[in-house]
Ligand binder design. Structure first.
Ligand code: ADP
Ligand code: MG
Length: 725
């Protein structure tokens, strides 16, 4: 009988259709056709309603009930023209995915059917949200959570449904999602950054964050995927021996894109363009069957929403190509995992990128003010920032000698680093004016040698790349909002301090430029320890970082404790981004999610070993036994020499089978013991040590068996089959 694997391999070889859906004409012809942007909205509502939307988008003004009905009716008219039948509030619960509950436009009254979409339905929806994670913020008997339209992100059409980007909050107003705190952090950052800008330019009234999100992913044939219970249920392989060849020849990165993959890419790009996602680059990544795409950067909320949409679109389009997209951070052992590099910059409403070195002394002072504030923020909250990317899935990647290391550092590039060195070596902060002038001169020299974008450090989790920071540690499956809102917040806190420190010095008689320069120097000198220009993956850096007092993530649930630290709570609460009970809720949810995911993985590895691996091992043993018996019949005593290798294999298989059985039993026991622990944070820690280490032992035996057993009998697609098209 053919194994499941054999059938899957046969199917997979017939899946390369190379077909893709093509739109007529250039991309510009259909770009954004499924998005109702401000321009289009104008045609579907009165000037008054349109202006209300505009004010809401631009200044966050509250929408008046008197116009919301009209706005909703306009949206519905557009959506119906485009073939839609339903609408949904699309929100980002604390699960790293999106949630949607579709409602039909069609209504019935007195035997009549008609379409209606009211203003109140647009502004607010009450999904039965009792089963989203809430961390104790809302009891399930009070299953009320509200989703509310976020006008800063445009509505769009997907699969015949009008999608309304929304926040998700509890009955009493606490954030139950990643979007609400992100919006608050953007506000806090805008306030703080504008104040600092106005030290240089009175005309700045707001500041926004730009994000360019690079998305890495793996592709696996659908039939092969379906015959791996671990990929289906955990998103990663929990067993599987490495392939003889994987990424060691470095021949995949930037290599020619396989034709099956390129038709998939063209197809999902077309869909993404229609949703207004400005995809710009695509290429092969380091690991086999690993790829990346990146859009042009845009304003943070939109960039995040679009990234979440992109992930959905990619998964849907993959079905047409009999492919599965894997966003897990570490689906395969032994090859690189995937991340989501977050290119982050801040820009004024007057169009100045505050992380771009300027061409005049004043502009450079402003650049340095922002740079020093970011560095100080990253230094002070380095452990918190690293914790924002800590999850079970990313933990298989963190610190594994590939992006990213487990400890935070900031890379500036040799030119800029040289400038900082000279600023820091210039003597006491309150030295005479001459020093400040001198430093301005140094600063002024940056543009001539800058920007040098070739000065890249790919081993740094937080690298300056000429006009932005690249937060490289974010996980590929993560909603980046959960990391970005923390970054926005810590920088806002730092900028507030920067501003106050400058004013204090001015009040004591310093000139503005001298005061600014003094605070820049103070911030840089306080944050010296976070700056690192060398190899972030090296053992030496691990030691060096420790001696500098930088805390590395060694264990994910332990890292979550940072949410209880005073500096964290004070920062979030002070900026009005997260209240203490919201922080506590997150802490609980993170721990709970960690436990649940690990529990699933532990069950899956147990099932796979007992139901797939051991039966195959026993079957192969029987063949060996038959062979040895036959040999004995023919050769008698001599057979024990002739069959030495078979006998040895037989013994090894028995040893691993016994080991697996015992370890799987121990794994079940470890889980049971952990499950009895009431406190979720403690339970997560026990899981992270006891359950995880037992899983590693089980895996080791299973992977050894894979090498011993007849290939024809092995029931699960192997790495070499999963990883190469
Ligand atoms: P690389 O892999 O070399 O980092 P990519 O082209 O893959 O480059 O991705 C770079 C990302 O950074 C793109 O999304 C790009 O739009 C974005 N980006 C460029 N400039 C900025 C900026 N000032 N602020 C935020 N993102 C930016
Ligand atoms: Mg890149």
């Amino acid at each position: 009988m053919a194994t499941f694997r054999e059938r899957a391999l046969n199917e997979a070889s017939s899946h390369n259709t190379g077909r893709y859906y093509v739109e007529e004409g250039p991309v510009s012809g259909y770009f954004g056709q499924n998005v109702l942007d401000l321009d289009k909205m104008r045609g579907y509502m009165s000037q008054k309603a349109y202006e209300a939307v505009l004010a809401s988008v631009q200044y966050g003004a509250k929408l008046d009930r008197s116009v919301s009905d009209e706005i909703a009716a306009g949206m519905m008219a557009w959506a119906i023209e485009m073939g839609a039948t339903h609408y949904t509030h699309l929100f980002h619960p604390l699960t790293d995915s999106t949630a949607e509950k579709h409602e039909a436009f069609i209504k019935f009254k007195d035997g009549q059917a008609f379409e209606k979409f009211s203003g109140s339905a647009l502004v607010q929806q009450e999904p039965d949200a009792s089963s989203f994670p809430t961390g104790g913020l809302r009891n399930t008997f009070e299953a009320r959570g509200y989703s509310a339209w976020d006008p800063s992100s445009p509505v769009f059409l997907m699969d015949g449904t009008l999608c309304i980007p929304s926040v998700f909050v509890s009955y009493t107003g606490e954030a139950l999602d990643t979007k609400a705190p992100n919006l608050k952090s953007l506000h806090a950052l805008s306030e703080a950054a504008s104040k600092v800008c106005r030290l240089f330019d009175e005309n700045v009234s707001s500041v926004k964050v730009n994000l360019g999100i690079e998305q890495e992913y793996f592709l696996v044939d659908e039939s092969l995927y379906n015959s791996r219970p671990d990929l289906m249920l955990c998103g990663r392989t929990v067993i599987g021996h490495t392939s003889a060849k994987d990424q060691q020849l470095e021949d995949h990165y930037f290599g020619a894109i396989p034709s099956r993959v390129s038709s998939f890419m063209k197809d999902f790009e077309t869909e993404a363009y229609k949703l207004g996602i400005l995809l710009q680059t695509r290429h092969n990544e380091v690991a086999p069957n690993q790829f990346e795409c990146a859009p042009v950067f845009c304003e943070a909320t939109k960039a995040i929403d679009q990234n979440m949409m992109l992930m959905i679109v990619m998964q849907k389009v993959a079905e047409r190509h009999r492919l599965k997209v894997i966003f897990h951070e570490k689906p395969f052992d032994g090859v690189n995992g995937s991340g989501k590099h977050c290119n982050w910059s801040i820009m004024t409403d007057t169009g100045v990128n505050l992380l771009s070195p300027g061409s005049t002394p004043t502009k450079n002072l402003q650049f340095l003010s922002f740079y020093a504030s970011v560095v100080k923020a990253v230094h002070r909250h380095h452990y918190l920032l690293m914790t924002t990317v800590a999850s079970l899935s990313n933990s298989y990647r963190l610190g594994g000698g590939e992006a990213p290391p487990a400890v935070m550092s900031v890379f500036s590039g040799s030119t800029l680093y040289g400038v900082f060195e000279s600023i820091l070596n210039m003597g006491a902060v309150n030295e005479p004016e001459a020093n400040s002038l001198e430093s301005i001169k140094i600063v002024n020299s940056i543009p001539e040698i800058f920007p040098d974008n070739t000065d890249r450090n790919r081993t740094s989790p937080f690298a300056f790349t000429g006009n932005r920071f690249e937060f490289r540690a974010v996980g590929s499956s993560q909603n980046v909002a959960s990391a970005v809102f923390v970054l926005n917040s810590v920088v806002a806190e730092s900028l507030n301090e920067f501003h106050d420190a400058v004013l204090a010095l001015e009040n004591s008689g310093e000139s503005r430029s001298a005061a600014v320069m003094a605070v820049v120097r103070q911030f840089l000198s306080e944050s010296r320890d976070i700056m690192f220009e060398g190899n972030g993956y090296s053992k030496e850096w691990e030691k060096e970082a420790e001696s500098r007092g930088l805390r590395a993530i060694r264990n994910v649930p332990e890292a979550f404790e940072v949410y209880h630290e005073e500096a964290t709570v004070r920062m979030f609460d002070g900026l009005d981004v997260l209240a203490p009970n919201e922080i506590e809720a997150r802490f609980e949810i993170f721990n709970e999610t960690y436990v649940k995911k690990l529990q699933i993985e532990a069950r899956v590895i147990g099932d796979m070993c007992l139901n797939h691996v051991i039966p195959a091992a026993v079957k192969y043993q029987n063949i060996l036994i038959e062979n040895i018996k036959g040999m004995k019949e023919i050769f008698g005593e001599e057979s024990s020499v002739l069959c030495a290798s078979e006998i040895d294999t037989l013994k090894k298989i028995s040893m691993y089978v016994n080991r697996i059985s015992a370890d799987v039993d121990a794994l079940v026991e470890a889980r049971k013991k952990a499950n009895r622990i009431e406190d979720i944070a403690e339970r997560a820690k026990v899981y992270s040590y006891d359950v995880k280490s037992m899983m590693e032992k089980v895996r080791d035996s299973a992977d050894n068996l894979e090498m011993l057993i007849d290939d024809e009998m092995w029931p699960l697609p192997k790495y070499r089959e999963l990883l190469f098209f």
